[in-house]
Structures are given as C-alpha cells and as structure tokens.
Design a protein around this ligand. Structure first.
Ligand SMILES: *[C@@H]1O[C@H](CO)[C@@H](O)[C@H](O)[C@H]1NC(C)=O
Ligand SMILES: *[C@@H]1O[C@H](CO)[C@@H](O)[C@H](O)[C@H]1NC(C)=O
Ligand SMILES: *[C@@H]1O[C@H](CO)[C@@H](O)[C@H](O)[C@H]1NC(C)=O
Ligand SMILES: *[C@@H]1O[C@H](CO)[C@@H](O)[C@H](O)[C@H]1NC(C)=O
Ligand SMILES: *[C@@H]1O[C@H](CO)[C@@H](O)[C@H](O)[C@H]1NC(C)=O
Ligand SMILES: *[C@@H]1O[C@H](CO)[C@@H](O)[C@H](O)[C@H]1NC(C)=O
Ligand SMILES: *[C@@H]1O[C@H](CO)[C@@H](O)[C@H](O)[C@H]1NC(C)=O
Ligand SMILES: *[C@@H]1O[C@H](CO)[C@@H](O)[C@H](O)[C@H]1NC(C)=O
Length: 899
C-alpha cells in the first residue's frame, strides 16, 4: 500500500522532472570495446583476458583496462558467461542470497545444445543453437563497455522479436520493442505502465517459430534494459545499461519444440518454487480499512451468510497500534478479541493472515520491544558514519532491518515467536509482507525526516469510532461455515537509470543507497534484494513457529529466485478494466517465466472504487489466479463479493469451478515445485508453432489442460477468443468445439459466467462438487473427465498429499497417471495417501452418436473386476457425453474399457 495523500504532491513533482542521462546510441557503439587474448579452452571452460581495444570512451566513468572472461558449459542446455575485473573485488550478488546452480560434470561444447563463439578483436560473442547454427544472442557491432558504474552489453535480435520477461512491469506480456525496462525496486502506487515496479527479474524468454531460449543476467544493481526496433538494418536490439556489479549471464538453450523446457531450465538456475499448503488455494479476503475487530468478524459472518466459501481472512496494518509492527491497537483490535477471531476461524477450518512490514518505528525514548531488542542486537541498516539509516514509513520515522546481519534471523524469528505466539499472541497461518522495496515516504532531498513525519502526519490518527470492547461478534453465524567500489558515487551515479520514484535519484522513496549492511555491502548494490531477503527471513520465521508444516508468505518485492520461498501479489493496482486485463500479463510473468507460481492481483482492484460489473468479472477471472484474494484500500468503497447479488453469484459460480478443480491445480503446483513446469502458461507455450498465439495475453492456460478466456471489455457480454487448431470442450456445457486457428466470438456471456475450456488431449480428475472450506472439499468424491484430443487420446495426472507437511512422505502421497486411448482408460500409480473418498464417475466427452459404446468393464490392478462388476453406462446425446457411474472407493489403480 501507499500513502494516497501524496498523490497531489506527486503530480507537481513529476511535472518538473528532468529526464534521464541521454547518450546517442551511436556514441556508445563507437566505443573501442575489448580484445581477447590468452584464450584457453579446456573441456567445458574457456577463459581469456580482455583488454581495452583503444582509447577508452569513458562515457560514465573510466573504462576498465583489463577484464577476465570465463565461459562455462554448465549443462548441455546452459552456458555461463562471466566478465569481471580481476584487479578489484567488485560486488556480485552474494551466494547467501542467490545460490549458484549446480553444474553437470559431463557438460561440454561437443554435447551442448547451444555454443559460445567469439571474435578476438574486437571481442564480440555470439550464442548459437548447435543443431541449426541459428544465432540467439550476438554482440557483433556493439562493443562491450565496462566502467565502475556503467556496464553495457547489447545484442541484436530478429525484427519483431517476441521477447517476454524483464519484470516487474505493467507492459503487455509480449514486450513492445520500443520500451525501456528499468529494474530498481519501487513502491509504485497504481503500477504505472512503463515504470519500474516492486521487483526485479532480469531474465527474458525469446520465442521464435524455431524455438524458445532464455537469457538471465544475474545482477542486482539498478539497470535500464532498452528494446529498440528503430535501428538501421533488419534487426531489433536489446541493450543492458547497468550501474554496477559484474556481467554474469546465463544462456539457456530452451528447446526447439517445447517452451516449457525453457521454463524448466530457468528453474534449474533460480530454484524450484516452495510448495504451499492446500488451503492457500482457497478464497482470501482482505482490505485496508477494516477499522476494528468488529469489521473483521462481520466480514467473516457475511461471507458465510452469502454462502460464498471464505478460506482465509486477512487484516492489513489497521490492527497495529500507531502502525507499529508486532503490536495491536488496544482500542480497535484488543488482543483478546483478535484471538477470539482466530479461534473462531480455526474452529471453522478457516485461516488468518496478518501483514508485517519491515520498517520498525524508531523509538529510542519509548518502551517498544521490537525496536529495543533490535537496537540491542544492532541489526539495523546504517549510514556510512555508523548512525541508523532512517526512513519514514507508516509509524513515522523508522529503522530498517539489515537482512545481511548475522543475527537478523534470530531477531526476526524471536519477534514472530513473541507476537504470533499461539498461546498468548496471534496464531496466524500465513504471513503477508509489504513495503519491502523498502518503501520510504520521505521526499527528496529528505533533509529533515522528523519534520516530514510531522508534515505527513505519520502515523495517521484514527478517526473511526472506538468500538465497545465487549461488542459480541459472530452472533448471526449459527449455521456458519459449512464450508560497492571506493570512489563510486553511491547516491548519484553518472548514468541515471530511469527510476520513476519521485525525486528520481536512486534513494528516492527508499533507503539511502549509501547505507551499509553488517557485512559491508551497500544498498546501492543490494537494494533490489531487500524484499527477497525479507521473504526468506519471514518464511523461515513462519516455519520456526510450526516446524515441519508449509506456510504461505505473500510479498510485494521480489528478486529472481523469490518463488523458492514466497508467493507474490501484484501490488497496488486500481479498479479499472485496464488493470483487470493487465493482471493476466502480470501474473503470467511471475507464474510462467519467473518461477513465482503463487501469484495474483488484488481482485476488483486495490485503489479507487470498483463497480458492480468490474467486480463480477474480476471475481471470475480471479478464480483462475493461483493466489485468489479480494483486497482494496481504505479510501475505496467496500467490495467484498457479497456486496452485490450479481457479484456474489459470480463468486459462487467461479468458486464452484475452482474448488472442483483444486486438486488439478494442486497437482500442477506440485509439478511446478518438482520440475519447474509452470502452473500457468501463455498460449504459445502450448501451441509454439502458431504465431497467432505469440502476442495473446487476455487468455491463458490454468494448469496444463484448462483454457481461460474472460470477457475483457466493460459492458460487453461477448468475447472474441482465439482457438488454435485443436479440440476444446466447454467446461460447463461439455460441448465440443473444433478450433480452427481462428478467432471465435462467444456471445451472451452473463456477468456471472466465464468461458473456460478443457483442452483436447486431457484427463482431469475433479471433485464432484465444491465446498465451503478446503477441508470439506477434501471429503468430496472424485470424477474423471476424459477430453480426447484430435488423435483420440488423452492424458493427465493427479497428485494428492496431506496438504500441509513439508515432507509429504510423512502421510504419504498419491500420484496417479491417467491415460486414455482406443476406448481404454488406465489409471496407474501409487495410493500412498489415503484419499478417503470415492470415485463417483468417469465421463468421456465428445462421443459421436455412431461411436457410442454399449459395454464397459472396469478391472482393478490385480486383474479382478472392480466393485460388483456391473456399471451403468449412459449416453447424453445432446452433450455427446458417455458417463459410467463407478461408485467405488478411490484406493487403487484400474482400467476402464469401453466397447
Ligand atoms: C592491463 O594489462 C596489461 C597487460 O597485461 C598491463 O600492461 C597493464 O598495466 C594493465 N593495465 C591496468 C590498468 O591494470
Ligand atoms: C565462429 O566465429 C567465427 C569468427 O566470426 C566464424 O568464422 C565461424 O564461422 C563461427 N562459427 C560458427 C559455427 O558459427
Ligand atoms: C511504442 O510503439 C507503440 C506502437 O507503435 C506506440 O503506441 C507507443 O507509444 C510506443 N512507445 C514508446 C515509448 O515510444
Ligand atoms: C533506437 O535506435 C535509434 C537508432 O540508433 C536511435 O536513434 C534511438 O534513439 C534508439 N532508441 C532508444 C530508446 O535508445
Ligand atoms: C550518505 O547519504 C546521506 C544522505 O544524503 C548523507 O547525509 C551522508 O553524508 C552520506 N554519506 C556518505 C559517506 O556519502
Ligand atoms: C469512492 O467512493 C467514495 C464513496 O462514494 C467516495 O467518497 C470517493 O471519493 C470515491 N473515490 C474515488 C477515487 O472516486
Ligand atoms: C458502460 O455502461 C455504463 C452505464 O451505461 C456507462 O456509464 C459506461 O460509459 C459504459 N462503458 C463503456 C466502456 O462503454
Ligand atoms: C490441424 O492439425 C492437424 C493435426 O495436427 C493437421 O492435420 C491439420 O493439417 C491442421 N490444420 C491446419 C489448418 O493447420
């Protein structure tokens, strides 16, 4: 969240901005670059010395005369190219924050799918595909520039290149080729297009009809990445302009056939996502502006009364006293009443999540434990003179925890243990971490932060009436829940990145970039890691509270690799149709590219006021976000789904679909956590040779088998969607649609409907009905839906475990493969986790009247007939569906044969 009242000031300040450092590209292209000598190629490694190839051009400092090149074939699909300055220990992303990927001992140029090639003088390099010699990355004609505070590498790209990634931003999913992407964590209220946002993922995927590869630059310094399609010659370009660190590239071969391989290879580099609890796929409700415990309890009651399954209730900073973390306001959120809410939720198989910000109120003269204990442990970020690096955040003047301090985990664990103690504190089930760019409200030049705290009235006074502390809650809910280098300028480096924070300088609205960490690193280099480091610390603190159990931590700021610890919400969007549409591209960036699968944006919009129709449509689109949360700001109108009948209806409808498919989603998440296969996919991942799919970002794949195509325009009840040359089945009517590689217009889509299709070739195990909680859902039977593809076959998988244990072996795992061909379905695998429910029915979709079977037999794994051996087979001609009522316990593999 962001301080709304700054907006007017912001407008004034933005209008007087002078914009960034500008150097003609031709000047940079005329720099001398380097030449390489002493090249030594030995097995999987090539090294060489780079020396400046002429008079330095010294554009933003002095060109470094001598550099070292190291090229390593780390696996058959990955080449690591690193250029460093041997004369100094330049900053590199610390191993403690980003563990380097393992290399295979057998990798070599002769077996690799991509190759490194170079010219010696000037030194240029290319990466090309071994099988086809197709060049994927090339610095030819673009000399490398390496200065203390400016690094530049530029590659040529094909015309109209299909580039995805380089987040976080609000661009279309396929990046416009005339854009600058700036990576510098920023509290970016209303997430403006074309500006740097909260997180940093310096990776891009490039897709061609000939294959998909990826390029990752492991560097946490501020940078501008410029995409340009107006250069001479038949080429676009991509240019990195980085203000520190080293050049540390990972080139991933990806695949000529399957873009999912590229995603899996990136997961090998940044790490696999952490598994989340099953319950975290339920519906979450939040807002900024629940003024007291009474509001929170009312929302819980109202969801139940509206028959909308609410899994998890959240509370924003409203609960805090003076907006200080690890406190409750004794008048508005008395501890005993909050504990009563948590108990109530837990008794009804529901969950609770609270917000924790990083900034700790600077209170040297007060008895505020979190500040005192942190000061005693000396864990705050400091300025070069040893004083605390102060910020201005919700509670007023603050300090910032130093995530590099050797004792920081002990400090953070202890605060979590104290405040979130199940016995006498607030027993949260998940954590929400915000403001971790880190955000700072102090306006540049920020010379008197104490004065600004007064001017900005922080913390803001409470204006809502104080509730009677004895107000009864949950009274109407009887039925309730059924369900740095020396000499560098750390404040104003010569190359000014395109930071959109007002004040523009690097320290604008964040911690001073000359602040130092306990290990000597400076914020100038590590700023972009702050949110991810808080994520790791919070994840660990939550695990320490409930050892052995998974948790849910949702963060705002991330760096590459964050998904191994946390999920992410897309920040402070606003209630508009544009933001509704953009949420798909934003979500695809995190889920299908950056390996942060637990992602979603604030449903119905965070800032400004939503409308009934927007909220209805968004409830349904949000039903297909991995992380489904309704959240808004304190100055907006209420937008819980039960506020409008049509929105409540929309929410019930989509939650019914979502809950029926929850095990399918859980399986997709698990697969993601095991091998990096993304939980969501853009259409071109599935149909990579169909160039019509490349720009599509208003439709997406939810798991491997479901195509979601929401209505995208206000007041419209129709949507024109693209259906590739493939088979599709409407999820609700089961009607078969043959895609023809053309647009199809769907009409009469009411406000409580959303087009959802099963993609031909899929077998989906679904629950027979939804439920009010995920616990109740897990007591529902399964049914198996067979949606044959163009070749008549189909396959799918089902993974179920206890949903909470980190080590899922504890209570066993059920892992099934389901294959269908030639009128025969086989379900094989292990039933290590006791599902405790039955298999109600098996349905085959798209059966032609002349191919309706008359007999069915079902045999168990041991070859004997299942159940009593007789099964009812019915054909619904209108739906073209053949059903078999199975009705046996779902405890072993089996085979169904239709004849
Ligand atoms: C760069 O390397 C060359 C040759 O190895 C050496 O003569 C020169 O002194 C080095 N320059 C700097 C600035 O270190
Ligand atoms: C490698 O680069 C050299 C120098 O440009 C070039 O002659 C050669 O053909 C390249 N090799 C491949 C396989 O592209
Ligand atoms: C990029 O090109 C698009 C399409 O031509 C145009 O609408 C947009 O304004 C351009 N953006 C910039 C930053 O020039
Ligand atoms: C794109 O390249 C052209 C030609 O070199 C140049 O004039 C233009 O300034 C470049 N645009 C950007 C954003 O760098
Ligand atoms: C760090 O930045 C702060 C804020 O501008 C300034 O007061 C301080 O002198 C700087 N310290 C150094 C060593 O640059
Ligand atoms: C939202 O609605 C409230 C209540 O009607 C109103 O006070 C507020 O100004 C509206 N906000 C915006 C941004 O329109
Ligand atoms: C949608 O309908 C409302 C009410 O008639 C109208 O105010 C609004 O302008 C319409 N929006 C669009 C995009 O046509
Ligand atoms: C559609 O796909 C099928 C199966 O791959 C193929 O035989 C057919 O030629 C394709 N049709 C078009 C129009 O591309």
């Amino acid at each position: 969240m962001y301080l709304l009242r700054e907006l007017t000031l912001l407008g004034v300040i933005l209008s007087i901005q002078v914009f960034a450092t500008w150097i003609e590209p031709s000047v940079l292209d005329a720099c001398p670059g380097y030449q390489v000598s002493n090249v030594n190629a030995d097995g999987s490694t090539l090294t060489g010395d780079l020396t400046l190839a002429g008079e330095g051009c010294n554009v933003f400092g002095t060109d470094i005369a001598n550099l070292t090149l190291t090229v390593t074939y780390e696996t058959d699909t990955r080449i690591h190219v690193k250029i460093t300055d041997p004369s100094s220990k330049r900053y590199e992303v610390p191993e403690s924050v980003f563990a380097r990927p393992n290399a295979s001992s057998t990798a070599s140029p002769s077996s690799a799918q991509i190759q490194f090639n170079y010219t010696a003088s000037p030194f240029t390099f290319t990466i090309f595909r071994t099988s086809t010699s197709e060049v994927l990355f090339s610095t030819v004609n673009h000399p490398i520039i390496f200065e203390s505070q400016y690094l530049r590498v530029k590659t040529s790209l094909p015309r109209d290149a299909n580039i995805y990634g380089l987040g976080e931003h609000t661009n279309p999913f396929r990046l416009p080729m005339n854009t600058t992407l700036t990576l510098w964590s920023r509290d970016a209220f209303e997430v403006p297009v074309g500006t740097n946002l909260y997180g940093n993922h310096p990776v891009y995927f490039e897709h061609r009809t000939t294959g998909t590869h990826a390029v990752f630059l492991l560097n946490s310094n501020g940078m501008d990445i410029k995409l340009n399609n107006t250069e001479s010659g038949d080429q676009d370009t991509l240019e990195y302009n980085v203000i520190g660190g080293v050049l540390d590239f990972y080139f991933l071969a990806g695949s000529e056939e399957d873009p999912l391989e590229t995603a899996r290879q990136y997961a090998e580099v940044v790490g696999l996502p952490a598994e989340v609890p099953y319950w975290s796929f339920g519906l979450h409700q939040c807002r900024f502006g629940y003024t007291s415990f009474v509001d929170v309890a009312d929302v819980i009651t109202n969801y139940s009364a509206a028959d909308i399954p609410l899994e998890t209730m959240w509370t924003d900073i409203d609960y805090m006293q003076g907006r200080r973390i690890f406190t409750v306001d004794p008048n508005y959120f008395p501890l005993a009443r909050v504990r009563e809410i948590v108990d109530y939720l837990h008794q009804h198989d529901q969950k609770y999540v609270l917000m924790t910000d990083p900034a700790v109120a600077y209170t040297p003269d007060e008895d505020y434990g979190p500040y005192q204990r942190g000061t005693d442990m000396d864990v705050w970020i400091k300025l070069p003179n040893g004083s605390f690096s102060l910020g201005l955040v919700w509670p007023g003047v603050t300090v910032f925890p130093d995530w590099f301090h050797p004792d920081i985990q002990e400090y953070w664990d202890n605060e979590f243990q104290l405040f979130y103690n199940p016995d006498n504190g607030i027993d949260i089930d998940g954590a929400w971490i915000d403001m971790n760019e880190p955000s700072n409200f102090c306006f540049q030049p920020c010379t008197d932060i104490f004065d600004q705290a007064v001017q900005q009235a922080l913390p803001p006074p409470r204006t809502a009436p104080v509730p009677d502390p004895n107000t009864p809650i949950f009274v109407n809910s009887s039925a309730v829940t059924k369900r740095a280098e020396p000499g560098d300028n750390l404040l104003n480096p010569p190359y000014e990145i395109n930071n959109a924070a007002d004040g523009r300088v690097l320290s604008a609205k964040t911690a001073w970039t000359n602040s130092t960490h306990a290990n000597g690193l400076v914020e100038y280099d590590t700023h972009n890691l702050y949110g991810t480091m808080m994520s790791v610390a919070t994840h660990l603190a939550m695990l320490a509270r409930r050892p052995g159990l998974r948790t849910l931590v949702i963060t705002r700021s991330t760096f590459a690799g964050a998904g191994s610890h946390v999920g992410k919400w897309l920040g402070d969007n606003f209630s508009s149709w544009g933001m509704y549409r953009q949420s798909i591209a934003g979500m695809l960036g995190f889920a299908s590219l950056y390996q942060v699968p637990m992602v979603g944006s604030d449903i119905c919009g965070y800032a400004e006021n939503t409308t009934e129709s927007l909220c209805a449509r968004w409830a349904m689109l949000g039903g297909f976000y991995p992380f489904m949360r309704n959240h808004n700001s304190d100055t907006s109108i209420s937008q819980e789904f039960y506020r409008w009948p049509v929105v409540a209806e929309a929410a019930r409808n989509v939650l019914d679909i979502r809950y029926r498919l929850m095990d399918y989603l859980y399986t997709a998440f698990h697969t993601n956590a095991v091998d990096g296969t993304p939980i969501l996919q853009p259409l071109f991942f599935k149909w990579p040779k169909d160039s019509n799919t490349y720009p599509i970002d208003l439709q997406f794949l939810y798991g491997p088998s479901i195509l979601v195509s929401p209505v995208t325009e206000e007041n419209s009840t129709s949507v024109t969607i693209y259906l590739p040359n493939d088979t599709f089945y409407d999820f609700l009517t089961l009607e078969k649609i043959d895609g023809k590689g053309e647009d199809v217009t769907l009409d009469n889509v009411t406000l409580s409907e959303i087009p959802v299709h099963i993609i031909g070739g899929s077998v989906v195990a679904a629950r027979t009905e939804g439920a009010m909680t995920t616990k109740e859902l897990r007591e529902k039977d399964f049914e198996i839906l067979i949606a044959p593809g163009m070749d008549g076959t189909a396959k799918g998988a089902l993974y179920v475990d206890d949903g909470v244990s980190i080590d899922s072996e504890v209570n066993g795992r059920t892992m099934l493969e389901m294959n269908y061909a030639d009128g025969r379905l086989t379900v094989n695998g292990t039933f290590g986790f006791d599902l405790g429910v039955g298999l109600k029915r098996v349905r085959v979709l798209g059966v032609q009247p002349d191919a309706v079977p008359t007999n069915v037999s079902i045999t168990g794994q041991d070859g004997t007939a299942l159940g009593n051996g007789t099964f009812t087979l019915t054909f619904d001609q209108e739906k073209a569906v053949v059903d078999v009522d199975v009705g046996v316990p779902f405890t072993s593999g089996f085979e169904v044969v239709w004849s």
